[in-house]
Design a protein around this ligand. Structure first.
Ligand code: PEP
Ligand code: MN
Length: 373
């Protein structure tokens, strides 16, 4: 379990909140493909004031037949890009050997890929290598695991923090799903929002490239991330995407990136306003009432549960449940509430009612003072 001390020494990363420069954007190709490609892309990006340069040199590919990166020799291209453009170079590390090679080459910014975050042994091995070879001035960004498991994501951050890495950030790149939808990786925004609630000082980036998987989704996903208060973006950018050796469909040119960045509306993180606090007081009042009503409703469910028990009636009454759902969804439409939302809410309430009635049936329901109103 994490408590308020667990990440107490996290340091802010030198990226959040743009002024006119774009320190909060990490951009660069999916893979470092050649010295020319790395330098051409980095030069174009440095003219736009992007904060950091990214390029993968070890690529975790699904198929063994795909381009897997040039490995160690490509680190020299990244360092040349850093020296000649002033951009800070970053790359993905997945093993202790990668860490040692990248540190020896002079890199100081790394990210951990989604497939690696999902593997605690791999993350621990990386953390141990960093602890052994140096943690000062090192920044690590941890991508979410491919599966939607917040605890695994936090666990990976903890392993690195415990190894002495205090400049830590997270990258939200969406989650793998079997059923395909419009995204390559489903955003499930509630997960990074909960991450930020649990670790407030953590800098959190969004990677709309791997999330969307298609160039046309990069602008809307980036805007959505900024609207929700993400600290920065990681965007795949290639000087000639048509020839890219990996993730061709989602890479944009530096010119396209510039156009997108100019179109984005950047929001303030903290807004102190009287109007806001007044509205928040009203929200608190609504929530009070919601919980009171919920308590009354579930008490009624318990009363029904006792009658079902006394009369030996089964708990789930599919016909009644179906009527409730249909009626509430119709009511939601009249109230201009999202029917999908109301359906999920009623399903959750029904689930809790069934749980309580099962407890009653099995005599494990303890409520000394059932309030019936
Ligand atoms: C990448 O950033 O190049 C990458 C492999 O991403 P992910 O781990 O999010 O799939
Ligand atoms: Mn990629």
């Amino acid at each position: 379990m994490i408590d308020s001390n667990t990440f107490s020494q996290l340091q802010p990363l030198p990226c959040p909140r743009p002024n006119n420069r774009r320190q909060w954007v990490i951009a660069g190709p999916c893979s470092a493909e050649s010295r020319e490609q790395v330098l051409d892309t980095a030069r174009a990006l440095s003219r736009m004031g992007v904060g950091l340069f990214r390029a993968g040199v070890w690529k975790p590919r699904t198929s063994p037949d795909s381009f897997a990166g040039h490995g160690r020799i490509a680190l020299a291209w990244l360092m040349e890009a850093e020296r000649t453009t002033g951009l800070t170079a970053s790359t993905e590390v997945a093993t202790p050997e990668h860490v040692v090679d990248a540190l020896n080459a002079g890199l100081r910014w790394f990210w951990i890929g989604a497939r690696t975050t999902a593997n605690p042994f791999a993350v621990q091995a990386i953390a141990d290598a960093l602890a052994q070879h140096g943690t000062s001035n090192i920044t690590i960004l941890v991508k979410n695991p491919i599966n939607p498991d917040l605890e695994l994501w936090i666990g990976a951050l903890q392993r690195l923090y415990n190894a002495g890495i205090k400049r830590l950030g997270a990258i939200h790149r969406g989650f793998s799903t079997f059923a395909s939808n419009q995204y390559r990786n489903d955003p499930q925004w509630q997960i990074p929002i909960e991450l930020k609630r649990r670790i407030p000082p953590l800098t959190v980036f969004c990677d709309p490239s791997h999330m969307g998987g298609r160039t046309e989704l990069i602008a809307p996903l980036s805007q959505q991330a900024l609207d929700m208060g993400f600290d920065g973006l990681m965007i795949e950018c290639h000087c000639n995407p048509a020839t890219a050796l990996s993730d061709k469909e989602q890479q944009i040119t530096p010119t396209e990136l510039q156009r997108i960045l100019e179109s984005l509306v950047v929001r303030n993180h903290n807004l102190a306003s009287d109007n806001l606090s007044e509205l928040r007081q009203q929200i608190d009042l609504c929530d009070d009432q919601l919980l009171d009503i919920m308590k009354r409703r579930l008490d009624l469910c318990c009363a029904i549960g006792r009658i079902k028990k006394d009369n030996n009636i089964s708990i789930v009454q599919a016909k009644r449940y179906d009527e409730i759902l249909k009626q509430r969804i119709e009511q939601a439409t009249q109230l201009h509430l999202d029917p999908q939302f109301v359906q999920s809410l009623m399903q959750l309430v029904h689930h809790e009612a069934v749980r309580l009635q099962l407890d009653i049936l099995n005599n494990s329901h303890h409520d000394d003072n059932p309030k019936m109103n």
